[in-house]
Write a protein that binds this ligand. Structure first.
Ligand code: GDG
Length: 452
């Protein structure tokens, strides 16, 4: 069996800077998992070539598989990516109703781009290919493939939350999107809750004869546990004098990550527990994201003002509570932060899964995890200190609890979390999905093509 993996972003991009071409490797959990699956089976990875010199590399061999790039013009990129994917679907699927934009013509551009992907899939598949499409940027692809008579097995993996049916139905194109996804043979989510929400959202479009239950599954994406827990990668360094505990977080800049609330919680902690002043450092790394979008630029300014305000009020010549960095950090540095942190403070207001929480658990030997109950990974990590990211006082108390937790309790919680993450690692995830696909393929695809 050959795999055809389809994502909006490529595993590597070619960039020309001052006349010199460099290759940018796309790190991150999804890219790592799919890279692994393709290395195992061979096949193709179809993706959007957005690097400034990708057009010189429409197709290339890369570590045992073939990268096939789809190119977009400026209007397509804007309508498909900036407007419909990031301006409409992203806020919708994270329950940010007031941020949903309905830009004129954006759905048409989104459809055009999905059609380009569908055509490339048809060109690059043979009858044996297993097609594996990913995420909210490509919802129309399964429907478009079926309309062209494409009968290969299609897996669709959804990486962000799936909202309740009432909320999903806000979307003018709700029927079209659900109808297309149902043309897949198998759809996977990170949690049972998203799967249930999807099933309920499909009630208006699914054929009454069709069992959405039989084609939807919850498999929470695992991490490369060995890589994160391996000592030899990790620099042993202390970032602060021993009497200062380290609180750590790393997030992409996004309104779903709850960054301002988190800063307010650190400030509240020092108010409710004044003896904590001077006894901790909060290392907050924010990775640049969607940098051309005005609201992300504004969000960055708001966060930086808040960091400045808190350091200005609480800090003195010997202590600044928040050490803030706005940049991407090298993998080794990230591992070193995970290893040296006493507490990871991961409190998104809504997150499909959140791989950082799993990576921290794998890497740390002593740390305590404070985790939002609205991160999909909270279902896998009940031994974390779970918090509601909208409750600033509760987060402040959680910090107090985490920073004063005895080593026995911390280790006991860690042990349980490490066991579950080790068992359900990245290979488990790939194998579970492939095994289920194989089982369904042998059963044969029921004739459930619904009208949408
Ligand atoms: C979607 C969903 C879901 C981040 N900054 C740096 C860096 N990272 C790595 C982390 C982690 C990954 O990127 C981010 O993980 P997320 O879980 O936030 O994933 P996304 O791809 O952003 O988002 C999310 C995920 O899909 C998987 O299905 O969990 O809910 O939104 O691996 O380590 N790595 C390095 N430097 C950085 O500065 N080296």
């Amino acid at each position: 069996m050959k795999l055809v993996v389809v994502t909006s972003r490529c595993p590597i991009s070619h960039e020309k800077v001052a006349g010199r071409e460099t290759v940018r490797v796309n790190v991150g959990g999804v890219a790592t998992a799919l890279h692994q699956a393709l290395k195992n089976h061979g096949g193709s990875w179809i993706c959007w070539g957005d690097g400034n010199s990708d057009r010189d590399h429409e197709e290339e061999e890369y570590e045992g598989y073939r990268i096939v790039r789809v190119f977009l013009d400026r209007a397509e990129k804007h309508g498909f990516y900036d407007e419909y994917s990031n301006g409409t679907l992203w806020p919708l699927f994270h329950y940010f109703r007031e941020r949903i934009r309905y830009a004129e013509g954006s759905f048409q551009q989104y459809s055009r781009v999905n059609q380009k992907f569908a055509e490339t899939i048809i060109r690059k598949s043979d009858p044996e290919s297993l097609v594996w499409v990913h995420d909210y940027q490509l919802t129309l692809v399964p429907g478009m493939l079926r309309k062209s008579g494409f009968s290969n097995f299609i897996i669709f993996t959804w990486h962000i939350p799936w909202v309740s049916s009432e909320f999903f139905n806000i979307l003018p194109q709700a029927r079209e999107i659900a109808g297309s996804l149902l043309q897949s043979n198998m759809i996977t989510f990170h949690t049972e809750l998203y799967r249930k929400n999807f099933r309920e959202s499909c009630e208006r479009v699914a054929d009454p004869e069709m069992s959405v239950d039989d084609m939807t599954f919850a498999y929470s994406l695992g991490i490369d546990y060995k890589h994160y827990s391996d000592d030899t990668h990790i620099k042993q360094a202390r970032f602060a004098p021993a009497e200062r505990k380290i609180i750590f977080s790393i997030d992409r800049l996004d309104y779903t990550k709850g960054l301002i609330n988190r800063l307010l919680a650190v400030e509240r902690y020092t108010k409710l527990y004044p003896q904590s002043r001077g006894k901790f450092l909060y290392i907050m790394i924010v990775t640049p994201s969607r940098t051309a979008v005005f609201e992300y630029q504004k969000m960055r300014r708001d966060i930086e003002m808040e960091v400045g305000r808190i350091n200005g009020i609480l800090g003195d010549i010997n202590w600044q509570p928040v050490i803030y960095m706005y940049r991407k950090v090298a993998e080794r540095a990230l591992l070193s932060y995970y290893r040296n942190a006493d507490v990871a403070l991961i409190t998104p207001v809504m997150d499909g899964l959140n791989l950082v929480s799993k990576e921290f658990v794998a890497a740390t030997q002593k740390g305590v995890l404070i985790l939002s109950e609205f991160a999909g990974s909270a279902f896998n990590l009940p031994q974390a200190i779970l918090v509601n990211p909208n409750d600033i006082d509760a987060m402040a108390h959680a910090l107090a609890r985490a920073l004063s937790m005895g080593p026995e309790e911390a280790l006991q919680r860690l042990k349980a979390m490490k066991t579950s993450i080790r068992r359900r690692d990245i290979n488990w995830w790939i194998n579970a999905i492939e095994k289920k696909a194989d089982e369904l393929m042998h059963k044969g695809r029921p004739d459930y093509v619904s009208g949408n």
